[in-house]
Ligand binder design. Structure first.
Ligand SMILES: Cc1cc2nc3c(=O)[nH]c(=O)nc-3n(C[C@H](O)[C@H](O)[C@H](O)COP(=O)(O)OP(=O)(O)OC[C@H]3O[C@@H](n4cnc5c(N)ncnc54)[C@H](O)[C@@H]3O)c2cc1C
Length: 404
């Protein structure tokens, strides 16, 4: 029997979602020989959900502009938002952020996930240093002092200095590396759909905190909105079972009629929301990024932004190591990535836990406190500005490529 074929790369990336593709492109554009694997087909063939969108902050935009893929996104649906309005159904406390008062043209963009993946896959396809292989997945990994060998389902072996697990919430790389993770349910299901409201959205991203969970209306082109309606699972199941017209009526009511009636509703998709955080971001010649390392409640629209920042941080650490002729897969190199991103992501998860608990409470005293807190923050420019810097992704220790 002939020996399985063995191919060498500098880096292997498992998972060609938006985070893995971004990381692979960052590495390949700096001259690193990368192979990216995905068990599914490419985004443009996968008929990916057109209703899945991400609110991308300035940091993510900067990374994607650096890669020259920002201009290639499908702008027929995606759009910028200039204001954020958040209010609490019980206390009526409100806070709002305005790009113009901060001297910015926008606070972020709502981008269709499939358009972002397609643009990244096309850019990878044009990059001489990148090999993209769809329909492939690893079944085994073996690390040594000098390399990591990945065995694919068909028996082929690929060898590299570093394996990056970017294969999402149920990461196979994480499992093969034996990296444990904390996991707990938020007891919320998010309903996602595209809707057309009666009134103009005015390029404003809005969120109303209901006792059952937050409801966001994210502005899209042609006065459509992407909604993310997170609710306790039993309530979400009830709402999902409504016909389109009853759903539209309940949706408009749940949103306080802020955008009037809902004129049209697309298909609806449901996502069970789970909090996950890995015990280690790195293993033997392995690093985890994006949802493979952490998943968070979408109430602040941060998951993809955190993942893109992981990708940029890991690419920066890898490039710095190579410029000093260091082995990119060693623990001492990868520890820098872990120390950097674990702290930032843990903070996001903790803050979201706090919001989830605070806004999920129907206790009158807590509800009053919430209302006062929102009002006070709204009237305190220093606090508000600090929050805004976080919202646009330009606070904390951000990777070089994510900076303006
Ligand atoms: C309802 C909802 C709304 C959200 N809204 C926002 C938002 O507004 N802003 C924001 O920043 N984030 C948001 N998020 C989070 C965001 O969607 C995720 O954090 C992001 O998509 C994660 O990207 P990823 O590339 O890490 O993982 P994924 O998108 O899951 O990609 C993983 C890739 O790995 C591949 N794969 C899986 N298993 C294997 C395997 N064994 N071998 C090879 N390949 C494999 C998959 O095919 C896929 O292509 C939201 C999440 C939800 C649920």
């Amino acid at each position: 029997m002939s020996e399985p074929q063995l191919t060498d790369f500098d880096v292997l990336v498992n998972g060609a979602g938006l985070v893995g593709s971004c990381c692979a492109l960052l590495l390949a554009r700096s001259g690193i020989h990368v192979a990216i694997l995905d068990k599914g087909p490419p985004a443009e063939e996968a008929n990916l959900d057109p209703i899945r969108v991400s609110a991308l902050n300035h940091a993510s935009q900067n990374i994607l502009e650096h890669l020259c893929v920002w201009r290639d996104l499908a702008w027929d649906k995606s759009t910028a938002f200039e204001r954020i309005e958040v209010w609490d159904a019980l206390s009526h406390g409100t806070i709002s952020f305005d790009a113009a008062t901060a001297g910015l043209s926008h606070l972020g963009h709502i981008v269709a996930n499939n358009s972002l993946c397609t643009a990244l896959h096309q850019a990878l396809g044009h990059c001489a240093e990148a090999v993209v292989r769809f329909g492939e997945h690893p079944v085994d990994v073996e690390s040594s002092d000098s390399c990591i060998t990945v065995t694919l389902a068909g028996g082929e072996k690929l060898r590299a200095g570093l394996l990056i697990g970017a294969d999402g919430a149920h990461s196979k790389v994480r499992q093969l590396a034996g990296i444990a993770h904390d996991q707990s349910s938020y007891n919320h299901t998010a309903i996602v759909a595209t809707v057309t409201p009666e009134k103009p959205h005015g390029a404003c991203a809005r969120q109303r905190f209901l006792p059952t969970g937050p409801l966001a209306f994210l502005p899209l082109a042609e006065n459509q909105c992407s909604i993310v309606w997170s609710a306790r699972t039993t309530e979400a199941e009830r709402v999902l079972s409504l016909n389109d017209s009853a759903f539209a009526t309940e949706l408009a009511q749940a949103f306080d009629q802020r955008l009037g009636k809902i004129k049209a509703v697309s298909e609806r998709k449901a996502f069970a929301l789970t909090r996950r955080h890995v015990s280690a971001y790195i293993g033997e010649r392995i690093a985890l990024i994006g949802d493979a390392a952490h998943t968070v409640h979408p109430l602040a629209g941060l998951g993809a932004n955190q993942g893109l920042a992981d990708a940029a941080a890991l690419a920066e650490v890898t490039n710095d190591a190579l410029s000093k002729n260091r082995d990119i897969g060693t623990r001492s190199v990868l520890r820098r990535y872990e120390r950097w991103r674990r702290g930032e992501n843990a903070l996001v998860l903790q803050v979201m836990d706090g919001f989830h608990a605070l806004f999920g409470s129907e206790d009158l005293a807590i509800s009053r406190l919430r209302g006062m807190g929102l009002k006070l923050t709204d009237q305190t420019p220093v606090l508000k500005n600090a929050l805004m810097q976080h919202a646009i992704g330009l606070a904390g220790d951000i990777p070089r490529l994510a900076r303006p």
